[in-house]
Design a protein around this ligand. Sequence first.
Ligand SMILES: Cc1cc2nc3c(=O)[nH]c(=O)nc-3n(C[C@H](O)[C@H](O)[C@H](O)COP(=O)(O)OP(=O)(O)OC[C@H]3O[C@@H](n4cnc5c(N)ncnc54)[C@H](O)[C@@H]3O)c2cc1C
Length: 463
Amino acid sequence: MSDGFSHVAGQASLPAHIHLPQFSGVFSTEETTRNLAADDFGRYVHRLPLAVLKPAAFDDVVRVVQFARQHGLKVAPRGQGHSTHGQAQVEAGIIVDTTSLNTIHALHADRVDVEAGALWSTVLRATLEQGLTPPVLPDYLDLSIGGTLAVGGVGGTSYRYGAIVDNVLELQVVTGEGKLETCSPNHQPELFAAVLAGLGQCGILVKATLRLIPAKRYARVFHLFYPNLAALIHDDATLITDGRFDYVQGYVLPTPHDEWSYVLEVVSFYTPPADQPDNAHLLSGLSFITGTEQIEEKSYFDFSNRVVTQAAVLKEKGVWHHPHPWFDVFVPASEVEHYVSVALTDLSPNDFGLLPILLSALNTSCFHSPLLRLPTEETVFAFDILRTVTPNPEGVAKAVAHNRQLFEHNRALGGTHYPISTIELSHADWERHFGQVWEQFLHAKRRFDPDNVLTLGQGIFPI
Ligand SMILES: Cc1cc2nc3c(=O)[nH]c(=O)nc-3n(C[C@H](O)[C@H](O)[C@H](O)COP(=O)(O)OP(=O)(O)OC[C@H]3O[C@@H](n4cnc5c(N)ncnc54)[C@H](O)[C@@H]3O)c2cc1C
């Protein structure tokens, strides 16, 4: 590795005396494969594994966990590696690359059974053929199902349906003990709760049954421009209360004049001719700058897949592969205006222009998964600084230090963080983050991963 960022020197190979189990998939100790698994979207943390397993069957995952347990090795599951802080990496351990587990097993009128390595785009294409959709999708569909369920999953319809993890009916999981288990709210509920938004600590998800609802065919997309932050926050909170739009997402965007602009992206899904949206009704009483609104029609799929299209442009420009020290938190509504204003004063609009700052209101009453930690107020705001920085270590270190400062300020206000961020955290920070569910999580870790085999790089549990 030669990009100048923090690398931890890795053990070069598996000890010679170790006998590998038989895998039906591919177990690779090849250097290029290991180097790829020592990287992620953040381009900041690099932990070199000893080997990468691409399982061909759930049994391969069982075998590799049992093998690792027997030999004192560590294992981390990896989906698409879109983490920003090494969450899916393991130093001198084994990566389970789930991209090979990507089959859709069954599609019913209200649910889909899908392997954990499948992409949301694959699932949505299949469900839309039957006129169905998951209630909540992430903004970027080229994430894996397993990687998203491991963090929680929040999207523009979350204000109505909660997190993606709140829409899961059943899971198949390989625990840290190396057992393949099925769990749901009624069967093995402790395992179910420990795996959803459980950051890969207690089990490797191999299959999920996701809830489906009828999909509309089109999306009428409104971009509404606001005069200031307060007006954006006000209307965002209004719209998640009255529910007149199906999708609500706020943005703070840089302008060419080194200023911020405040935008709401709100969407009405419809299937003509029955439920044509009434623009006048939808926009009434809102305080955007009249006349600046932009309205466009898209198919439901094209709207849902728009970030994949935008990413293709960034990939072509080369900036997709730059470091992304992202900052993602949930801020109590009572503090959000002041908190975001202060955060923006430390950021220059000139540093952005590629990916936005997100600011979206959510109703906490719709969120039910205990490990996805939200502030206790009725309304909270997801605040995400999706920075891209040029690849130099000083610039990245500065952004990471700023993230820590913003994290502490938000925490002091009663906020929580969304653990997809690039924030340096100690065991004590994690214990405080999980708060009243910490003991429950620790109990689950001891029960389902008694030898601390799984996903330790995040430093959640003391070893
Ligand atoms: C461009 C972009 C857009 C995004 N948009 C959204 C969004 O709209 N909403 C949102 O909520 N998030 C969003 N995210 C964040 C994203 O959901 C998380 O980073 C997610 O973890 C990435 O999925 P992945 O498949 O790349 O997971 P990885 O980065 O591969 O893994 C993430 C974590 O999950 C664990 N994990 C992976 N697979 C499994 C498994 N099968 N079983 C158990 N644990 C597993 C890993 O060990 C790791 O801890 C976005 C990220 C990017 C880069």
